[in-house]
Design a binder for this molecule. Structure first.
Ligand SMILES: Cc1cc2nc3c(=O)[nH]c(=O)nc-3n(C[C@H](O)[C@H](O)[C@H](O)COP(=O)(O)OP(=O)(O)OC[C@H]3O[C@@H](n4cnc5c(N)ncnc54)[C@H](O)[C@@H]3O)c2cc1C
Length: 506
């Protein structure tokens, strides 16, 4: 089983083999490119750059697919979460057509890679369906249909959807796809190593000196490189992009049915947040994968509730549920203007690149990012370089800042010592639960393990000092501002933080 940044086990984690690299990082080495982050974006980018003849090292803080790639649902779409209506409005129709083309090329590239490297990842083409359930949604559906056609993607109304759910109107769109994302990434990683690339796991990229070549600081020492690419899902440090990307959690379940009536296709309702449905065959076993109940990270009072709602949604619509085989949640970053940020990291010298803000389409956009980033490094022309430029100035009307909680720097630094008895008395916490408690004018993040032992931390996120809160669903601390996540012991699970939470002595 591969490791993931949450306590729940995803379908992909449990059905893929971990990647065992054959080489280590030698500090003081010089590379052409350091790629930080070993999800689908990092591995796809590293492979392209290595194949172009550059000397690359991919450095992953944990193990490959530890991040959202291990917790996705892996629909490959040209019908994207940001509808073409919004893209045309926020940018223009020509750019909407470019986005559609990029998404199409991405699916084609994934399919070509699977054929080229003979990857066993159950890739299948599938028809997509988007359905409305009330008048307002039906109106919106028609607008989406028009804008999607104008962007060059053929969609048409259909009389039926593959789900046992009542609907008013539905659009169908051919040639979407689905696959096992982790098996795909592991196979690309192997191809990258065979092309001469190096993969280093369990090593965090910490920072870089703005020199030429760059000195990239990692937990295993410094390496020199002409380019540094952050494919870390969100870049570490403090950056403009943290104000332009909002962290969200989405919840998913893989269900076994009592019969073989697994609905074909990739299907979406139109609520906000919406539900998404698809099936996947893995080693002869079928699963119906359903997701939804998204909320901004650390903005839900009870993170078990989305699972409860999702299960009730499934059971009320499908009368043939045998068991919920897997349930998990994962994080994505919603961009301010609806398009991802791929290219030069804002505020940094020319040779630090980034790919982030994929929203719920990062499996599709990862391949777009890999090509775009590679073309920047190789100095090749590509219209997507301008389209997804992270330095674009595109403030949306009404949008000032995604950050809902102020990032006031913590004034209450924890200095004193507290007796366990006092904290036990104040903290009514069940085993396996965490809570932020107030003690004598200070705040402490407390977690009680299954044996009743308390683990105490300074709850100020090490990124920008917002106060973390406990996720009961994934058993970790989460920051409501920029989405950093930590395990019960304060160890970083998800950026942008790159330092652990400070431990408090009891
Ligand atoms: C529930 C859910 C369902 C989704 N479904 C779909 C879908 O159907 N279709 C779709 O297109 N998209 C989907 N998405 C979005 C998509 O899964 C993600 O956008 C995509 O997986 C992001 O891949 P990535 O490689 O950029 O990031 P990640 O997979 O998160 O990888 C980043 C890696 O960087 C590592 N890292 C972080 N910091 C450092 C550092 N400082 N140094 C070294 N390494 C570091 C992390 O450990 C991690 O392994 C979904 C998202 C969610 C949450």
């Amino acid at each position: 089983m591969i490791a993931r940044d949450g306590a729940n086990i995803s379908l992909w984690q449990n059905t893929a083999e971990p990647f065992i690299p054959t080489r280590n990082l030698s500090a003081d080495q010089t590379y052409d490119v350091v790629i930080a982050g070993g999800g689908i974006t990092g591995v796809s980018t590293a492979l392209l750059l290595q194949q172009a003849g550059l000397r690359c090292v991919l450095i992953e803080a944990h193990t490959l697919c530890f991040g959202t790639t291990g917790g996705t649902t892996a629909h490959l779409n040209t019908l994207l979460d940001t509808p073409y209506t919004t893209i045309a409005k926020n940018f223009d129709e020509e750019k909407a057509a470019l986005v559609a083309r990029a998404a199409r090329e991405s699916i084609n590239t994934v399919q070509a890679n699977i054929a080229r490297y003979q990857i066993d990842c159950n890739f299948e083409e599938a028809t997509g369906f988007l359905f409305s359930q009330n008048e307002k949604q039906t109106q919106e559906l028609e607008e989406i249909r028009k804008a999607t056609m104008e962007a060059g993607v053929f969609v048409s109304y259909t009389d039926g959807i593959p789900l046992p759910i009542q609907f008013e109107k539905a659009l169908e769109i051919k040639n979407q796809a689905k696959f096992h994302p982790v098996r795909y990434v592991m196979a690309l990683a192997k191809a990258y190593e065979e092309a001469g690339g190096t993969i280093v796991q369990n090593c965090r990229v910490m920072d870089t000196d703005n020199t030429d070549p760059l000195v990239v600081k990692t937990e295993a020492g410094d390496v020199r490189a002409s380019w540094l690419i952050y494919t870390t899902h969100i870049p570490p440090g403090v950056n403009l992009l943290h104000l332009r990307c909002a962290p969200y959690r989405s919840y998913a379940m893989a269900v076994r049915l009592t019969d073989d009536k697994y609905p074909a296709g990739l299907t979406y309702d139109m609520y906000d947040p919406y539900h998404y449905y698809r099936t996947q065959v893995i080693d002869g076993e079928q699963y119906l994968i359903i997701g939804g109940e998204d909320h901004k990270t650390a903005h839900a009072d009870n993170t078990m509730m989305p699972f409860t709602k999702l299960e009730s949604h499934i059971r009320s619509n499908f009368n043939n549920v045998k068991e919920i085989a897997y349930r998990w949640s994962s994080q994505y970053f919603e961009p301010a203007d609806g398009l991802p940020y791929i290219g030069h990291l804002p505020g940094q010298p020319g040779k630090i690149l980034v790919a982030t803000g994929f929203g719920g389409n990062g499996i599709t956009y990862s391949t777009v990012a890999a090509r775009t980033l590679t073309d920047i490094v190789l100095n090749k022309e590509n219209p997507n370089i301008q389209l997804f430029n992270p330095n674009r100035l595109k403030p949306i009307a009404g949008f000032t800042n995604f950050v809902k909680e102020n990032v006031d720097v913590a004034k209450q630094l924890i200095t004193g010592f507290f007796t366990k008895e006092k904290i036990h008395a104040l903290a009514d916490i069940a085993p396996g639960e965490g809570k932020v408690v107030h003690v004598e004018g200070h705040i402490i993040a407390l977690y009680k393990d299954e044996a009743g032992e308390l683990h105490s931390l300074n709850p100020r996120c090490t990124h920008l000092k917002c106060t973390v809160s406990w996720s009961l669903a994934e058993k970790c601390w989460e920051c409501p501002c920029h989405g950093a996540r930590y395990d019960f012991n304060g160890k970083v699970l998800t950026g942008p933080a790159d330092m652990d939470l400070q431990k408090i002595k009891l």
